[in-house]
Design a protein around this ligand. Structure first.
Ligand code: ADP
Length: 602
């Protein structure tokens, strides 16, 4: 084997030897020769003490006659271009002649060329080698980084390792099938998505899922993080992308996983100064994705927790046109994740996993994995052979206390408030006519800072919205706060976002859509130049603006009353659903509607 260390020491020795050689060379010249003044030289000639003189352009070397018992010495003096020198030398009978300037071409070549080149090469290596180490990779390896292999041949992960992400696994199962049987798809002419975007907060298992896809399909897994692409030099990122795809093409079928894609895929819009490096990298990525031979089964998975900032070009068909949501797990999901991680440790038979899951709303897979490990450490510390309930309970505190406040786990009281708030939205939506069906209600905290949400999905695309629908929309938005009022007779700050949206809708009804009696069809606002500040421009007097406010308030008050009435009339139903939500954290649309119908005797 090539020993890198020895090689490095050899370099030091060679440099040392070369320097020594040069010093010796100078010393020898200096010790054996002696400088004299020109007049001393002239007096030596007149005293006939000179045997021989060699004249070169800049100096005169003088070899004096050796008297007995004396050592031979060489003297030299500066050539002052004395025109009478030759005369004087002839008169004194001294042998003389010129000296060819390059008296030893090999020696000159060695000292003037070979030695400096060797020296600089080694010094350069030394310095850049250090830099390379410091910056991880790169300065000297520009264009050479092809050597880096991004692949993992066997991830060893399967879908069984990923718990609580059933929906995500379902959408990825198709990709696994495609990688397993590309022929089946090719025969029929079906094109599978080239890329899928895994969207969700950190630690929810996006990387794990990507690895599991590779593991299930038994294909190599290439991975790189978006931030790794953005390098010191412009052009490096693009080179790395090219590299990555080249390696992947050689190993197809395979998976390419790009973590933190937002680091390169940030939207270019509204960014005048731009970042050349990132843009080049992004363009290269797009070009590679488009240029990829579609018969080669390579699937690109990318992860982000901020899909909204991604460049639109990335999301076009044929690129990352599929989205797989990898959300924070709900109660059942957390329990499943805990069980997956408990498999690799020893634990007591009476462990109540569900209780632990219940105590950790908002925790993600990575937190739960950490907790199990923390519990195992605590068990060892207390000289136990297995994890007991207390270890896990203690671990919750360690993990949760170490996290930022925004990820803080909700107290029971907060949870209850959020549950009623969400049920308020959902019930108003269900009991008003002509609204979109409720798809999901959840009190699992989300990334955007919302503590829960109610998702309504329209049954069909709508291009025109009626006045009634807009009014209902406002009532649904205000339903959250209304539920808090009806149930607790006290209100919280949780409705701020709802209020903002409701006000906007109500204001547009009055000033843009001609939906208020007072102003009839008078246009009072127009969407402004969006390149300025994006706000609508009011085309009216200050008095009219005040009147718009009044009209807006009227609509809001009416919608608020509608929501309160609905919830007051269905108080029992609201409580029942809220209780169920508190227990399960997530209720799907079907279950919700069933409860609504049951109570109403439909
Ligand atoms: P992300 O890529 O979303 O930030 P990771 O996939 O890196 O999250 O998750 C980190 C670790 O947390 C995983 O290696 C795994 O041990 C654990 N983990 C996260 N989510 C899950 C899950 N759904 N099931 C099992 N383990 C999980």
């Amino acid at each position: 084997m090539f020993d890198n260390k020895k090689y490095k020491y050899a370099a030091y020795y060679i440099i040392g030897a070369a320097i020594l050689l040069m010093i010796i060379n100078f010393l020898i010249v200096d010790l054996t020769t002696q400088s004299i003044k020109y007049n001393e030289f002239l007096s030596l000639i007149s005293e006939k003490k000179v045997e021989e003189v060699q004249i070169s352009n800049d100096r005169i070397i003088v070899i004096p006659k050796v008297e007995e018992g004396q050592k031979k010495k060489i003297l030299y003096t500066v050539n002052v271009n004395d025109p009478k020198l030759v005369e004087k030398l002839t008169a004194a009978g001294v042998q003389f002649g010129g000296v060819a300037p390059n008296n030893n071409p090999i020696k000159n070549f060695f000292f003037n060329w070979v030695l400096p080149i060797i020296l600089f090469t080694f010094l350069g290596r030394l310095i850049f080698g250090r830099l390379d180490k410091k910056f991880g990779s790169g300065v000297m390896s520009f264009g050479k980084n092809t050597a880096k292999l991004y692949a993992e041949n066997e991830t060893g992960k399967t879908f069984a390792d990923v718990a609580g992400q059933e929906e995500a696994k379902e959408s990825l199962a198709e990709i696994v099938d495609f990688l397993n049987n590309p022929k089946k798809y090719a025969e029929i002419g079906a094109k599978l998505p080239k890329g899928a975007l895994l969207v969700g907060p950190p630690g929810t298992g996006k990387t794990l899922l990507a690895k599991a896809v590779a593991g299930e399909a038994k294909v190599p897994f290439f991975s790189m993080s978006g931030s790794e692409f953005v390098e010191m030099f412009v052009g490096m990122g693009a080179a790395r992308v090219r590299d990555l795809f080249k390696q992947a093409a050689e190993k197809a079928p395979c998976i390419i996983f790009i973590d933190e894609i937002d680091a390169i895929g940030k939207s270019r819009e509204g960014n005048l100064s731009g970042n050349d490096e990132r843009e080049q990298t992004l363009n290269q990525l797009l070009a590679e994705m488009d240029g990829f031979d579609s018969s080669k089964p390579v699937v690109i998975l990318a992860a982000t927790n901020r899909p909204e900032i991604l460049d639109k070009a990335l999301l076009r068909p044929g690129r990352f046109d599929r989205r797989v949501i990898v959300d924070r797990p709900d109660l059942k999901g957390r329990e499943a994740i805990l069980r997956v991680h408990l498999k690799s440790v020893k634990y007591s038979k009476d462990l109540d996993v569900e209780a632990i899951a219940k105590a950790t709303p908002g925790a993600v897979g990575a937190d739960l994995a950490n907790m199990v490990n923390e519990a195992a450490l605590r068990a060892v510390k207390n000289n136990r052979k297995e994890i007991i309930q207390e270890d896990l309970e203690d671990a919750i505190e360690v993990i949760i206390a170490g996290k930022e406040k925004k990820d803080r786990i909700m107290s029971d009281k907060e949870k209850k408030t959020v549950a009623f708030h969400e049920v308020g939205h959902a019930l108003v939506a269900a009991l008003l006519k002509g609204t979109d069906p409720v798809h999901k209600i959840t009190i699992v905290p989300r990334t955007m800072g919302a503590l829960g949400y109610t998702l309504q999905l329209p049954e069909e695309d709508k291009y025109l919205i009626t006045k009634e629908e807009l009014f209902n929309e406002i009532a649904i938005l205000l339903g959250g706060r209304a539920a808090e009022e009806v149930e607790f007779n006290s209100i919280s700050t949780g409705a701020s976002n709802d209020i903002e949206k409701a006000t906007q809708t109500a204001r547009s009804m009055v000033s843009m859509y001609g939906m208020s009696e007072k102003f009839d069809m008078m246009g009072l606002e127009s969407p402004s130049n969006r390149y300025l500040d994006g706000r609508p421009v009011q085309n009216c007097s200050a008095e009219t603006a005040a009147a718009i406010d009044e009209e807006t308030l009227k609509i809001i008050k009416e919608a608020h009353k509608t929501a309160i009435d609905i919830l007051k009339n269905n108080r029992e139903l609201m409580r029942k659903i809220a209780e169920r939500l508190l227990e399960k954290e997530t209720i799907m649309g079907d279950e919700f509607m069933e409860m609504v119908r049951e109570v109403r005797g439909e």
